[in-house]
Design a binder for this molecule. Sequence first.
Ligand SMILES: [Zn+2]
Length: 76
Amino acid sequence: MLLKEIKKPLIKCVVCGLKFQINKDECYTVKQNDGSLLQQPSCYYDAIDCTYCGCQNILWKRLKEVENFKKSNKND
Ligand SMILES: [Zn+2]
């Protein structure tokens, strides 16, 4: 029986179809550049390489942190 508790999430590789664990240390952020003429905000994604075939798997969209975000100041 291999019903040990699995804490790390599994991802199924879109290329080879094998499932592997998502390790935080192996995740990295990628930037999508579609090369269109319109200036669109860049999209960032979390990605991880398949441990079997090495192909890149996109995990989830990562929204960019807003810098110098000003809160509404009612007392100003
Ligand atoms: Zn793979």
